[in-house]
Design a protein around this ligand. Structure first.
Ligand code: NCD
Length: 305
């Protein structure tokens, strides 16, 4: 059974192929509207979500399939003490494919070991978020026409931001990608990621606290929210939450073809005035999330046959 737990579960050519399918869906949506007729997707969200859950559901509807599930742990039997493994075995009796978000790192891998249908990790704690990464890659590909030869700035909470972890891992497989990692000292990327991905693959990267001096060289600026729910105390969150606020003046020395991305939700880290700048691409990114999830559902269901 093929699952998507970590972005490395997919080869580069599989990712490239899914991006091509997503672009084909964008061009010819009518050719896909019955591909999942009679199939059901379950969305099991033990943690809050707007885009990820609704884009999965919209994706399945646009493929002609149906959706069931829950959007908070409190409304499922998890509130009665049921294990993730038992929940998954149950849902596998009703659905053909499962997308699951959980606050505990590793919960989706535990679930997949017990599942009779494909399981997609829709975010596990501060660890990974592979379908956001597929969304980000489709967005970068559509914006730039390539996924190699570029400088990518990642700014904000690089410690707890799971989308950052998956994106760095994915992009380290493309040629000549440089990362500029912009974060307060306390929110730098985890050491394991630095050693096992960046150092091991001989990636070109710098760590800095200064967004403005990094700006001129960036092709992509990936902003992130400070992940309040992962902090051990509120005091630290309050001290760090406004470390970076992107405002129009800070873009004065940015490239004309910079693409500004953000997995969303935004709190304070991009001022709404930036939304008017043509380089702000985060709402296009939202739409791409639906198309790439359509491509992913198609792929995993085809392989599960
Ligand atoms: C992200 C997540 O859940 O990790 N949101 C998303 O899925 N688009 C980012 C975040 O919550 O900050």
């Amino acid at each position: 059974m093929r699952h998507l737990i970590d972005i490395m579960d997919l080869s580069v050519s599989e990712i490239d192929e899914m991006i091509a399918v997503a672009k084909d869906i964008i061009a010819k949506p009518e050719e896909y509207c019955e591909k999942c007729k009679g199939k059901k997707l379950a969305t099991l969200f033990f943690e809050p979500s707007t885009r990820t859950r609704l884009s999965f559901e919209a994706a399945m509807y646009e493929l002609g399939g149906n959706v069931l599930g829950f959007s908070e742990a409190q409304s499922s039997s998890a509130a009665k003490g049921e294990s993730v493994a038992d929940t998954i075995r149950t849902v596998g009796a009703y659905a053909d494919i499962i997308a699951m978000r959980h606050p505990k790192e590793g919960a989706p891998v535990v679930a997949s070991a017990k599942s009779t249908v494909p399981v997609i990790n829709a975010g596990d704690g501060g660890h990974n978020h592979p379908t956001q990464t597929l969304t980000d890659l489709l967005t970068i590909s559509r914006e730039k026409g390539r996924l190699d030869n570029m400088t990518v700035g990642l700014c904000g909470d690089l410690k707890f931001g799971r989308t950052v972890h998956s994106l760095i891992t994915a992009m380290s497989r493309y040629q000549n990608v440089k990362f500029v990692l912009i974060a307060p000292e306390e929110l730098r990327i985890p050491e394991y990621l630095k050693q096992e991905v960046l150092v091991k693959n001989n990636m070109d990267f710098v760590e800095t606290t200064d967004l403005e001096s990094a700006m001129p060289e960036l092709d992509i600026l990936y902003m992130t929210r400070v992940q309040r729910e992962r902090f051990f105390n509120e005091q630290d969150y309050l001290r760090l939450k406004d470390s970076y606020i992107l405002t129009p003046d800070k873009l004065n020395n940015a490239k004309a073809d910079l693409a500004i991305l953000h997995p969303l939700p935004r709190v304070n880290e991009i001022s709404v005035a930036v939304d008017e700048d043509p380089r702000a691409r985060y709402f296009e990114q939202v739409l791409n999330g639906k198309y790439i999830r359509m491509a992913l559902i198609l792929k995993l269901l085809a392989e599960a046959k």
